[in-house]
Design a binder for this molecule. Structure first.
Ligand code: ATP
Ligand code: NCN
Length: 214
């Protein structure tokens, strides 16, 4: 007589197993906060390097409303900065926009933003991408001791800044590009070329809207 085997734990097909495991996998998302006045090639290269080297699902460029530094309050309206970002990231499927700070308005404290995003997306781990200048400034960030427990900070070296920190920063090696938004704005005001320092679509947008002429 053949004994009947009762399967108390049904065996999953490979396809189903992948589907279920895939669904349970936590999303790994890079948050790249900045004023982006305007976004430049330095930003795009560092975001791409971080995303690829850490194997992130997405890197979200997140323009701020009012940056927490006093000296950066004169940035152009968010509408322009967002439109330039949208033009710059189109074509890279890993890149996305996170607009919660410009929608919220007021001073864009990262603690508030990360608390909001973690509540909205409990299945996601966040990696907050910053340049070396910002790494050195971390002790002055709002509620930083709580924030470092909520995200993994990812640092990218930047010409002119020697990183010094006691906070747990994960360093990613990317080509060091001596490009700043300040220099882009100055070049436009002086009538100098910004070709290759920003994507073509961003240069065309700056020209069309007459931004940064003075
Ligand atoms: N060339 C660069 N290399 C590494 N990090 C950079 C570079 N440019 C900007 N960052 C980092 O990107 C983030 C957003 O930068 P932000 O939008 O303020 O650009 P910026 O070039 O520093 O602007 P500005 O010249 O107006 O101060 C910050 O964490 C900053 O440290
Ligand atoms: O939360 C803070 O206190 C804080 C202080 C300085 C900078 N940040 C964030 O760091 C990111 C880069 O800042 P910035 O001024 O270089 O564009 C941007 O998302 C800011 O909101 C945040």
């Amino acid at each position: 007589m053949v004994k009947k085997t009762v399967l108390t734990h049904p065996v999953l097909s490979t396809e189903l197993r992948t589907q279920i495991l895939g669904k349970n996998k936590r999303r790994q998302v890079g948050l790249f906060g900045g004023t982006f006045n305007p976004v430049h090639t330095g930003h795009l290269v560092m975001a791409d390097q971080v995303g690829n080297q850490l194997g992130l699902d997405k890197v979200c460029f997140m323009p701020d409303a009012t940056p927490p530094h006093v000296d950066k309050k004169s940035a152009i309206a968010a509408k322009y900065r967002v439109e330039m970002l949208a033009a710059a990231i189109s074509g890279n499927p890993m890149f996305d926009l996170e607009l919660c700070e410009v929608e919220r308005g007021g001073i864009s404290y990262s603690y508030d933003t990360v608390a909001y995003l973690k509540h909205k997306h409990p299945d996601t781990d966040y990696y907050f991408i910053i340049g070396a200048d910002m790494v050195n400034y971390l002790p002055k960030w709002h509620r930083i001791d709580e924030l470092v427990k909520m995200v993994q900070f990812v640092g990218v070296k930047r010409p002119g800044y020697t990183p010094r920190t006691t906070y747990p920063v994960l360093w990613v090696d990317a080509p060091k590009l001596e490009i700043t938004s300040t220099a882009i704005r100055k070049r436009v005001a002086n009538g100098e070329s910004i070709h290759y320092l920003v994507p073509d679509a961003v240069a065309a947008y700056i020209e069309k809207e007459g931004l940064y002429r003075e």
